[in-house]
Design a protein around this ligand. Structure first.
Ligand SMILES: Nc1ncnc2c1ncn2[C@@H]1O[C@H](COP(=O)(O)OP(=O)(O)OP(=O)(O)O)[C@@H](O)[C@H]1O
Ligand SMILES: Cc1ncsc1CCO
Ligand SMILES: [Mg+2]
Length: 284
């Protein structure tokens, strides 16, 4: 992979569309290798979203392979969506190897509040210092509270990402873990504990396609892979580019099934002019 592009701090609030294009171009140019330990439902969409963005996905999750393979990756993605006890050692081992090798890694805490087993696993993974955690409002609230959510709807959210309680929880979780925390929703929120930015791209029908959340977290891993020293910026631009692909795809779709295909096509075809005109990221 080429040297990482160094995007100056002072650009960070002025030119989000330019940063988004720079990150997408870097992913296309560098084709970062993203190791994905993700749920069975999401594997196909995650791999296709990464490929259409220009990254190289590898669904490699056995403890026999991690010590040899993980040192070669550019970023690691861990998603607990269909977690069973036999998967956890591989997730922890991969996160530890990524840390030892200074590779960024990103956590998707699917349905974190659904059960005590899942919550404990997510909290244990958080202790391994993910670069970024991306969940929906309910998942981030469950991690912040550290308690099972009695009203959990599993992988779906019952919380708005822009509520004061959710933004406060995301900031606090970021400060206590050192991870950038992102909350998806109508406006995606990204915080490093001090700054809070929002991405307003996206269409509501993305929620009607399973694993779009899983896929945008994988895209975050690809963007962080090419700009590891700016995880907040890479996370915000990944969320925005994915949402923008949803907007472009929606113009050609007839429902969730065709949107799934159009989203992949739109991400593959996004051009500089569209990104510069349509990326909507700002301070919250
Ligand atoms: N109301 C909305 N309007 C526009 N875009 C939305 C809305 N809600 C979610 N999105 C977008 O849909 C995508 C998936 O986010 P969502 O919050 O549904 O993730 P999730 O619940 O983790 O999904 P999953 O677990 O099924 O993968 C993100 O790109 C997000 O920005
Ligand atoms: C539906 C579903 N159940 C566990 S993981 C998953 C994919 C969306 O998160
Ligand atoms: Mg999810």
């Amino acid at each position: 992979m080429e040297e990482n592009p160094q995007i100056p701090e002072e650009q960070s609030t002025e030119s989000w569309p330019r940063q988004a294009w720079a990150h997408l171009e870097s992913v296309r140019a560098a084709a970062p290798l993203i190791q994905c330990i993700t749920n069975f439902v999401s594997m196909d969409l995650v791999a296709n979203v990464l490929l259409s963005a220009g990254a190289s996905p590898a669904m490699i999750h056995s403890v026999e392979e991690i010590p040899e393979f993980t040192p070669k990756i550019h970023a690691l993605y861990i998603n607990v969506g269909t977690l069973t006890p036999d998967w956890l050692p591989a997730m922890k081992m991969a996160a530890e190897v990524a840390n030892q090798c200074n590779k960024p890694w990103v956590l998707d805490p699917v349905a974190a509040g659904a059960s005590s087993f899942r919550l404990r696993a997510c909290l244990d993974l958080l202790k391994l210092k993910p670069t970024v955690v991306r969940g929906n409002g309910s998942e981030i609230m469950a991690l912040f509270k550290g308690s099972v959510d009695q009203t959990s709807k599993g992988p779906d959210s019952t919380h708005d990402s822009t509520g004061d309680d959710v933004i406060g929880a995301a900031k606090s979780l970021s400060r206590s873990t050192g991870s950038v925390v992102a909350v998806s929703g109508a406006v995606d929120i990204v915080t490093d504990g001090a700054r809070v930015v929002g991405s307003a791209n996206g269409v509501p029908m993305l929620q009607k396609i399973t694993a779009t959340g899983c896929s945008v977290t994988a895209l975050i891993a690809a963007f962080v892979a090419v700009d590891p020293s700016h995880p907040l910026e890479a996370t915000a631009t990944a969320l925005s580019i994915f949402g923008l692909a949803g907007e472009v795809g929606m113009g050609r779709a007839r429902g969730p099934g065709s949107l799934r295909a159009e989203l992949i096509d739109a991400l593959h075809g996004l051009d500089r002019d569209t990104v510069h005109r349509m990326v909507k990221i700002g301070n919250v």
